[in-house]
Design a binder for this molecule. Structure first.
Ligand code: GLN
Length: 447
């Protein structure tokens, strides 16, 4: 009830939650208490958790931040929700997000923008902005987010919390509303790396209902937390510390690197020459996949349907015109264009080739280091409204996060300091495939 009270008091100002249901939360809490009394409690039994409104949860509205799904109550639960419920975690509510996870500022939500608790004029980041704010404002001890091109790491950075996007295939996408399926990955957000590790222990693992889920032996992501960092090889990509990075963020990241040096890490310079191509490649591939994934919202099967129409085609058109916001429409237009006959080779195929080059850049870099460090975003959180009418400028701010998704690598953000204006700045830690335990170790030692 402590968290429910806090949500009741602060959510009207923050807008971090789309749906709360105190009755249901208390019912789950009582069940967790009973499990504990019966000696059946695990490490997270009774721990409250907030879910990004992209994870289907049986009996809860799952809107994905869209008018299209404003009336949609999920008939089943996502794999990760099943896992968290089975671990005895208690649902606190469903958090706000950019519509269909498209955005970097949470301004694209049908339910209105989320406020950054550090500064009400600042965006919280996106698209998992509600989850980041819920954790930052202590409305929840932990939350789940998703990251297609930075949506866990960037809001974590802007709100001063910790978040990890695991290696693609680690967390099942079953029941997670699809944006760009080859990039989407769910992950934990919490105050500390240790909490993220505990939550990752619950949600990671093979699921036959997601064809890209990886069949690997379960691991304990907390196992390396206490390991000293002596001899750790830290790679700094030349391209991440070049033009475009703001002075404040550079300073915070630099002092984080100094701290890691004092902890015994050794710094080497690496190069990721194709970094700048990650923006055009991502903004071809992600919309292409989105245009296909979002074709299911036709007003027939579920979700919004226009009230008046003359025939079937008119019904489709009105439904989609009313149900989707501007950014989603923009992505669908771009996506169908780059996939269309005659343009496919020039855009989509080329983007796939760039994707391979980006993955190769990382492969070479990881021959020389254990983890790569850098900024999460070029600046601290910008003002609400500042980039709302400038989508290209907004896309450019994803420069340090997109390539990690294109390569399928794990990445995380850890709070590292503050910009001159008092807004939080995160440090990005990128690891090789399946090196989550090592990354969490670095983050834990740093914290
Ligand atoms: N900002 C990126 C986009 O708008 C990433 C979003 C995400 O990771 N879901 O597509």
């Amino acid at each position: 009830t402590q968290y429910l009270d806090r949500i009741k008091a602060l959510n009207p100002a923050l807008n971090a939650f789309i749906t709360i249901d105190g009755e249901k939360t208390l019912e789950e809490a009582r069940a967790a208490d009973a499990a504990r009394a019966a000696g059946e409690a695990g490490p997270l039994t009774g721990v409250p958790l907030a879910y990004k409104d992209i994870f289907c949860q049986e009996g809860w509205k799952t809107s994905c931040g869209s008018r299209m799904l404003d009336n949609f109550v999920a008939p089943y639960s996502a794999h990760v929700v099943e896992r968290c419920r089975a671990a005895g975690m208690v649902t606190l509510g469903r958090t706000n997000m950019d519509e269909f996870a498209m955005g970097s500022s949470n301004e694209n939500s049908y339910y209105g923008p989320v406020k950054n608790p550090w500064d009400f004029n600042a965006i919280p980041g996106g698209s998992s902005g509600g989850s980041a704010v819920a954790v930052a404002a202590r409305l929840a001890p932990a939350a789940l987010g998703t990251d297609t091109g930075g949506s866990i790491r960037q809001p974590a950075s802007h709100c001063g919390v910790t978040g990890i996007k695991p290696t693609y295939g680690t967390v099942s996408r079953y029941g997670m509303v699809a944006f760009a399926s080859s990039l989407d990955q769910g992950g934990p957000m919490a105050q500390t790396a240790e909490d993220c590790a505990l939550l990752l222990n619950v949600i990671a693992g093979f699921d036959s209902r997601d064809s890209t889920s990886l069949e690997r032996a379960p691991e304990d992501y907390t196992r390396s937390l206490e390991q000293p960092l002596t001899g750790l090889k830290v790679g700094l990509p030349r391209e991440y510390f070049a033009e475009g990075l703001s002075e404040d963020v550079a300073q915070v990241v630099q002092s984080a690197i100094d701290t890691l040096r004092q902890l015994g890490a050794e710094v080497v310079e690496v190069s990721l020459p194709n970094t700048r191509l990650s923006i055009p490649a991502y903004y071809v591939i992600a919309p292409a996949e989105a245009s296909s994934n979002l074709s299911r919202y036709d007003g027939v099967r579920y979700g919004h349907r226009a009230a008046e129409y003359s025939d079937l085609v008119d019904m489709y058109e009105r439904t989609r015109a009313e149900g989707f916001g501007d950014e989603v429409k923009r992505r669908i237009l771009v996506g169908t264009y780059v996939l269309s006959h005659g343009y496919y080779d020039a855009y989509y195929l080329k983007a796939q080739k760039i994707r391979r080059l980006i993955a190769d850049d990382f492969r070479k870099a990881f021959e020389r280091c254990d983890v790569i460090l850098g900024p999460v975003a070029p600046t601290a959180a910008f003002d609400i409204g500042q980039l709302a009418d400038d989508p290209v400028q907004m896309y450019l701010s994803d420069i340090y996060t997109l390539s990690i998704n294109l390569a399928g690598l794990p990445g995380m953000s850890v709070p590292a300091g503050f910009a001159g204006n008092g807004r939080p700045v995160g440090l990005q830690i990128v690891g090789n495939y399946f090196s989550e335990a090592k990354m969490l170790n670095v983050a834990h030692q740093f914290q």
